[in-house]
Design a protein around this ligand. Structure first.
Ligand code: CA
Length: 222
């Protein structure tokens, strides 16, 4: 699970990031609204923690633009205690929950877990690309009715490809979503894993699903 924190107060951002990383979440931090909007548009986060008072673009505008562009990632707003109107506006504009500052980390964590659960209940339990299917509950992968055994990392990689069917995924995007933030110095590892995965899901089948775009990245499509 990968979470974006959009917060200009370094202390607050650092405190949330550290706590979430201890809970094994992968975490990115944006220090202003523009950066937050850009990161949230480019990457597939599982959750966004969005402060309302931000330089460059305020939180409500970030929220509005993301929802207008059909970014449906769950968003938890951080608001000042007396900002009732902002909270109401935020919820009306498509935020999923809010927390008033200052807050206890345990409460933030509880709310994140609750939002992630809600998201999961609503999403489908199976991904399909052509005759390839991936069961998000049992973690079973099938192609043309045959079960395919994958390692944990190959499974994460395949899930990411299937969730983004038809979209070109660069090595950076793959690294950011499937590996944690410390990963980027070993980018050739991605190619190695993609080749392992390709052998398992494509090699024995005439129709290839995982395509290489030389110099760009990969795309999964029928
Ligand atoms: Ca702020």
């Amino acid at each position: 699970m990968r979470i974006l924190i959009v917060e200009d107060e370094k202390k607050v951002a650092g405190f949330i990031k550290k706590g979430l990383e201890e809970e094994t979440y992968a975490v990115d931090v944006a220090c202003d609204g523009e950066e937050g909007y850009d990161l949230a548009s480019m990457n597939q986060y599982d959750m966004i923690i969005l402060d309302l008072m931000l330089p460059k673009m305020d939180g409500l505008e970030v929220l509005t633009r993301l929802r207008d562009n059909r970014v449906n990632t769950p968003i938890l707003l951080l608001t000042a205690k007396d900002a009732v109107e902002d909270r109401v506006t935020g919820l009306n504009k498509g935020a999923d929950d809010y927390l008033t500052k200052p807050f206890a980390f345990s409460e933030l964590l509880a709310r994140i877990r609750s939002l992630l659960r809600r998201g999961q209940a609503e999403t489908k339990t199976e991904l399909k690309v052509g005759d390839l299917s991936l069961d998000l509950v049992s973690h079973k992968v099938n192609r043309n009715g045959e079960e395919i055994e994958l390692t944990g990392k190959e499974y994460s990689l395949l899930e990411y490809f299937m969730r983004n069917e038809g979209k070109v995924l660069t090595r950076t995007m793959i690294a950011e979503h499937v590996w944690d933030y410390n990963f980027d110095t070993f980018t050739n590892v991605i190619d190695v894993y993609v080749n392992h995965l390709r052998k398992k899901i494509d090699k024995n089948y005439p129709a290839k699903l995982l395509h290489t775009l030389r110099g760009v990245g990969y795309v999964m499509k029928v």
